[in-house]
Design a protein around this ligand. Sequence first.
Ligand SMILES: Cc1cc2nc3c(=O)[nH]c(=O)nc-3n(C[C@H](O)[C@H](O)[C@H](O)COP(=O)(O)O)c2cc1C
Length: 208
Amino acid sequence: MTTLLHVTASPRDDRSHSRRGGRLVVAQLGEAVGGLRVIERDLAATPLPHPDAGFVEASLMPDADRTAAHRAELALSETLIRELEAADAVLISTPVHNYTVPSALKAWIDLVVRPERTFRRTPMGKVGMLADRSVLVVSASGGNFDGAHAQTDFLMPYLRYVFATVGIHQVEGIRLQNTARGADSVAQAFERFRQELAARMLLVPLVA
Ligand SMILES: Cc1cc2nc3c(=O)[nH]c(=O)nc-3n(C[C@H](O)[C@H](O)[C@H](O)COP(=O)(O)O)c2cc1C
C-alpha cells in the first residue's frame, strides 16, 4: 500500500484553488496507484500552535534530561513527524501569502523540523535524519511568478531548503497562478495545471 501525506494550508474551504488543485493530484494518484492511503493534515480545520516557551525548552534539551512534562510539550510535534515518516510521498497544497508560505504552514514546519529528531547538528552544519521521499507542492497565487512583472518566489526555494534540512531532497512544484484576475484567468490556470499534471505525472512515477 502507498501512503500519501496531504498537508492543506489554505484558510479557505471550497473556494480555495490550492485545495482544488491538491484534490486533482490525489485523484490522479489514486487512479494510477492501487490502494492509496491518504493521511489528511488540514491546517485550517485543526490549526497548529506557534512554538511557545515550553515547546522551545523541551525541543532544545537533550532527550535524556526530558521529564514527562517535556515529552508532553513535544507530543503534537511527534504526531506530525510520525505522519511524515509514515508517508511514501507528500503533497502540500498551499496558498502563497506575501511571497512565501502562509503562517499555518510555517507552524507545521516549526513543529516538524526539530534538532536531534529530524535533523542532527554537526560541525559541518545540519544533517537530515529522515529518509528521502518525494514531495509535490501545489501553490495558488493571486498574481504570477513567471512571465512579465513576475514576483520573487520565496516559497519554493524556502520549502526546498526546509525539506533538505530534514533529508528530503525530491521536491517539485506546480503552480496555479493569477487566481485574483477573474474567472477566465482561474479557468486558464486550471487548464494549464491539468496539462502539466498529465504531462509530468507528478508524484505517480515516484510512488508507483
Ligand atoms: C494574506 C494574503 C497574502 C497574499 N499574498 C500574495 C502574494 O504575495 N502574491 C500573490 O500572488 N498572491 C497573494 N495572495 C493571493 C493568494 O495567493 C490567492 O488568493 C490564492 O488563490 C490563495 O490560495 P487559495 O485559493 O488556495 O486560498 C495573498 C492572499 C492573502 C490572503
